[in-house]
Design a protein around this ligand. Structure first.
Ligand SMILES: Cc1cc2nc3c(=O)[nH]c(=O)nc-3n(C[C@H](O)[C@H](O)[C@H](O)COP(=O)(O)OP(=O)(O)OC[C@H]3O[C@@H](n4cnc5c(N)ncnc54)[C@H](O)[C@@H]3O)c2cc1C
Length: 102
């Protein structure tokens, strides 16, 4: 619930983007109000793939997926019938595995 105090920012939506902005503002010492319409937590990430570009943002927020049991993904494999192509990723990605990371 939002009180009558003043805020530095108002964030609508507490998904990945909104939560990240709220954490960044709090870490910068700012007071932000976050409004989320859903009462239940939503299961994200759906496909369980965190690209390498995400990792610096997570670490800055104090989230270390590897320490929570996440696996690293080194390559991408595409399978079409009996043809298999595998390419290395430019940097390791993360498989959070919600069974381990919650
Ligand atoms: C099937 C599927 C698989 C995916 N797999 C991956 C993956 O493997 N890796 C990956 O990185 N990304 C994946 N994504 C994409 C990822 O889920 C989105 O990029 C990410 O959730 C976007 O974050 P967001 O905060 O912009 O939006 P959302 O996560 O959708 O959050 C928006 C929030 O705003 C709230 N909201 C909406 N309207 C209002 C309102 N009027 N007032 C208050 N609150 C409101 C919603 O309830 C919601 O909580 C996948 C997406 C799908 C659909």
């Amino acid at each position: 619930m939002i009180s009558s105090r003043s805020y530095d920012g108002l964030i609508v939506g507490g998904g990945l983007a909104g939560s990240t902005v709220a954490i960044a503002l709090a870490q910068a010492g700012r007071h932000a109000a976050l409004i989320e319409k859903s009462k239940e937590a939503q299961h994200k990430l759906c496909g369980d793939f965190l690209s390498p570009e995400c990792l610096p943002f997570l670490r800055r927020m104090g989230i270390h997926p590897e320490a929570m049991g996440a696996e690293t993904i080194q390559a991408l494999r595409i399978v079409a019938r009996d043809v298999i192509a595998e390419v290395p990723l430019p940097a390791p990605a993360i498989f959070p595995d919600q069974a381990k990371t919650g």
